[in-house]
Design a protein around this ligand. Sequence first.
Ligand SMILES: Nc1nc2c(c(=O)[nH]1)N[C@H]1C(S)=C(S)[C@@H](COP(=O)(O)O)O[C@H]1N2
Ligand SMILES: [Mo]
Length: 216
Amino acid sequence: MGRGLFLATVLGGLSSLWWGKRAWDGVSSVTQGIPLLPGDGWRIYTISGSIPRFDPATWTLEVGGLVERPLSLRYEELRGLLPRENQVSDFHCVTGWSVDNVHWGGVRLKEIFALAKPKPNAHALQFTSSEVPYVDYLTLRQGLLPDVMLAYDMDGGPLSREHGAPLRLVIPRMYGYKGVKWLSRIDLVERTQDGYWEQRGYDRDAWVGTSNGYSS
Ligand SMILES: Nc1nc2c(c(=O)[nH]1)N[C@H]1C(S)=C(S)[C@@H](COP(=O)(O)O)O[C@H]1N2
Ligand SMILES: [Mo]
């Protein structure tokens, strides 16, 4: 058994690895648990074994919880109304693989907060994926780090389905498991709780190089 398969089995639980090219679009070549690589350094993770569909006509990002003004942002609104930012950052999965110089395009959380207006008792963020039951948390302070992004573009084009279309959380200073793919809602909450992988033994503050047994 290869290292990738071992890790997928031990750490992944229900997770599976998907194999395909960037343009891959279908469910024909699903290979559960087999550590084949897309060829660009990425491994495609999903906890459910299926990749959520994205319909730009009906998709919305819901923002709720402890806010003055709950939002329901359509895909074009997210792209067209909110200021776009670009960044290049490295991506690290806690299991040991990395992809350097990923080009991301998207919006900062502060732009969302300017519209939704978090209440004074909101100190944390709950991120929900349309891949049930993937839920994860950051503190408000972590969410406002300057390189944290809600990304809708990756490497020069719209985020692909397998990488989380239409929207994924990017937090380069933390390991990849904090980057919720297929993001569908953000709730302002009082405090963080254990997210999907933290319930399965990973550290809550997933700083690259100084968490999960790593020291730099
Ligand atoms: N919804 C969802 N988001 C997820 C995951 C997942 O299984 N489901 N896996 C996480 C982990 S552990 C990593 S390393 C990255 C992998 O990103 P990729 O699938 O685009 O390579 O997605 C993160 N976000
Ligand atoms: Mo990961």
